[in-house]
Design a protein around this ligand. Structure first.
Ligand code: PAF
Length: 281
């Protein structure tokens, strides 16, 4: 495993290798967990080498306290990546290596996908995500890039980004990995106490119940059921629950034949904001 902290040396290393090498890319913000590791392993199985970026991207945070408190564990991340068999290249840059001059995001148009759910609650978030990923794709030039479906809205938006910007990279979605109690794996889980880690399973249990009842219950009744669950459990604060069309991400009021739906939740456990989602049909 080799680590680069500057894009020039990374680009040089990648261009001096075999021209036919297939490059896989796994973008991360570090604080790696088994979900990330599964993405790296999948990428290694489908490419000759894999670049893993570890970079907490400031322009996708709309809240400076959240940016400050985002877990940063580079030594642990490197140790985890070192044990993986295969050619892994780590890109661990400083902010100044990616943002010259002002640390700001380019305005993106993702055909409205950016205005739903996370977009409503984290203004400018997807402009930041689009900005950093466009930079990464242009530096690394991967054939394939791997994204976890825990951030399902991000996954749909990245597919739109590469279509709009005509970037020659295939976006591969990978299933959510869960802890044994059902909680979706997330770097933010590192900030939960043992008690909060257990309390947070309400998110998974609620999604599971909605999934089980989806075929026999109206969307209005499912919305009411979720609101009630969170009213009764004051350890978690629901930010939003939505049943949305998988493609358009628009809130669904009723079920249409032939459409695919997913349930999405964002909730606070103490100060920690968690998101999760589950397919419904
Ligand atoms: O999902 C994430 O960790 C981030 O949004 C990403 C894709 C690494 C961009 O900073």
């Amino acid at each position: 495993m080799v680590i680069y902290t500057q894009k020039e040396s990374l680009v040089q290393a990648l261009s001096s290798g075999n021209k036919n090498n297939k490059i896989g890319f796994v973008p991360t913000m570090g604080a790696l967990h088994n979900g990330h590791i599964s993405l790296v392993k999948k990428a290694l199985s489908e490419n000759d080498l894999v670049v893993v970026s570890i970079f907490v991207n400031p322009t996708q945070f709309n809240n400076s306290a959240d940016l400050q408190k985002y877990p940063r564990t580079p030594e642990d991340d490197i140790s985890l990546l070192k044990i993986i068999k295969g050619e892994v290249i780590v890109y661990l840059p400083e902010v100044s290596d990616l943002y010259e001059g002002s640390v700001s995001a380019k305005k993106h148009n993702f055909n409205g996908l950016e205005n739903e759910m996370e977009g409503k609650h984290r203004k400018g978030h997807f402009d930041g995500v689009g900005t950093i990923l466009e930079k990464f794709f242009k530096i690394i030039k991967p054939q394939n890039a791997y994204f976890g479906e825990k951030d399902f809205q991000q996954f749909q938006i990245v597919k739109k980004l590469v279509a709009v910007e005509k970037l020659p990279v295939k976006i591969v979605g990978c299933p959510i990995l869960r802890e044994t109690n059902g909680l979706a794996m997330s770097s933010r889980n590192k900030r939960l106490s043992v008690k909060q880690f257990e309390e947070a399973t309400l998110i998974y249990k609620t999604l599971k119940e909605v999934q089980e009842k989806f075929s026999s219950t109206s969307i209005a009744d499912l919305n009411a059921l979720v609101a009630e669950q969170f009213l009764q459990n004051t350890n978690l604060k629901l930010e939003y629950f939505e049943i949305a069309n998988e493609k358009t991400l628009k809130t669904a009021k009723r079920k249409n034949k032939g459409s695919k739906y997913r349930a999405f939740i964002a909730a606070f456990v103490g100060e920690v904001r968690l998101i999760d989602n589950m397919p419904l049909n």
